[in-house]
Design a binder for this molecule. Structure first.
Ligand SMILES: Cc1ncc(COP(=O)(O)O)c(C=O)c1O
Length: 366
């Protein structure tokens, strides 16, 4: 049996008519930039995230970039983040001219270890950028305490964690602002690229709003240097169709995860640790296994989809060699990069499919 890592066709089959109708509406209106669909999506995402404001943008990457730009982060500034994340997190920091300062992860959650942050703070530190990896929010209370004490902004990279919670608070609503990605593989995925920034800070909201449109207000008068970071209304229309399913889909992912957890109990497979403070949305179900590369190879031979998120921690990426890091600097991130393996967890998986995944994983470990 073939089990892909993700099957977007299975999701699309259920909502096809509504998606096509919603796209048709945008086309008929010929409101091809901005407009009511973008505004409606912003209002709804702000609402489900318990946040006052939302600004739709062109991708999760641009959500991070425009947040940094709007907070005035640039040359000479330092931004603390994790090396165990997707490239965009640190890429954006470097793109505004700031220095990414890495802090190692908690090996249980894969999220930034708050107890190591204080040591990384200097006079140049302006922002802490925790990443809520795989669907679980980082330990935000100590992060917010440190930020308050040192007068730092907190930008939550919630690209993988929309609507997940930490002590009852929604992803993206805890820090200065929160950034979502609507990349198609996310729990709320578009039919192309898209993203959003949410915030409770009205001043920041206005700046984000202007910055996503070349920093102009009014039109053709540029107070700031922004960019074209606009969310496409066709993406907004498709996302509005999918949004009512988000909780159901995330719940189905949690059920699939529970199923795997039971099957992997008393085996060498290390299943995900979810803090009792958190409700995860399992954008990824990530196990740790010995001889990971061999296991991944075996799964692929058996037509079971799997992926390594992420094989190279960011401090060891060639493009960041100018930062002067070396192997061994962030041991938990480096260890995770060698051991993690994401398995299919998408909502439409059947028990039979999950059994095939489990069987292949356990076979690989023999
Ligand atoms: C943690 C994290 N940050 C940022 C991004 C960037 O989002 P996008 O692909 O929408 O630009 C992603 C997307 O994969 C991500 O996983």
């Amino acid at each position: 049996m073939q089990v892909p890592l993700l099957d977007l066709k299975a999701q699309y089959a259920r909502i096809k008519n509504d998606v096509l109708a919603a796209i048709g509406e945008v086309l008929e209106s010929q409101v091809c930039i901005g407009g009511p669909k973008v505004k409606e999506l912003e209002d709804k995402i702000a609402q489900i995230s318990n946040c006052k404001f939302a600004v739709g943008v062109s991708s999760g990457t641009d959500a991070l970039l425009v947040s940094l730009m709007s907070l005035g982060i640039g040359g000479g500034d330092e931004v603390i983040t994790t090396p165990f994340t997707f490239f965009a997190t640190a890429g954006c920091i470097a793109r505004v001219g700031a220095k990414p300062v890495f802090v190692d992860i908690d090996p249980a959650t894969y999220n930034i270890n708050p107890s190591l942050i204080r040591k990384a703070i200097t006079k140049k530190t302006k922002v802490i950028m925790p990443v809520h990896l795989f669907g679980q929010i980082a330990d935000m209370d100590p992060i917010m305490d440190i930020a308050k004490k040192h007068n730092l902004y907190v930008i939550e990279d919630a690209a993988q964690s929309i609507s997940s919670t930490y002590k009852g608070k929604k992803a993206g609503s805890i820090g200065t602002c929160g950034c979502f990605s609507f990349f198609p593989s996310k729990n709320l995925g578009g039919i192309g690229d898209g993203g959003m920034v949410i915030t409770n800070d009205e001043k920041l909201f206005h700046k984000l709003f202007i910055m996503r449109n070349h920093g102009s207000e009014p039109k053709y008068y540029h107070k700031f240097i922004g960019g074209n970071f606009r969310l496409d209304p066709i993406q907004a229309a498709a996302l509005l169709v999918k949004l009512p399913y988000l909780d159901e889909w995330s719940q189905a992912r949690r059920k699939n995860a529970e199923y795997y957890n039971k099957k992997f109990a008393d085996t060498p497979v290390k299943t995900p640790y979810i803090s009792s403070d958190c409700v995860t949305i399992y954008n990824q179900y990530v196990i740790r296994v010995p001889r990971r590369d061999e296991a991944a190879e075996h799964l692929k031979k058996k037509n079971i989809g799997c992926e390594v998120y992420y094989p190279v921690p960011l401090h060891l990426q060639e493009c960041f060699s100018y930062l002067g890091f070396k192997k061994g600097d962030f041991p938990e991130s480096e260890k995770a990069a060698k051991e993690v393996l994401a398995l299919p967890v998408y909502p439409e998986l059947t028990d039979r499919m999950k059994d095939c995944v489990v069987e292949a994983v356990l076979e690989a470990l023999k």
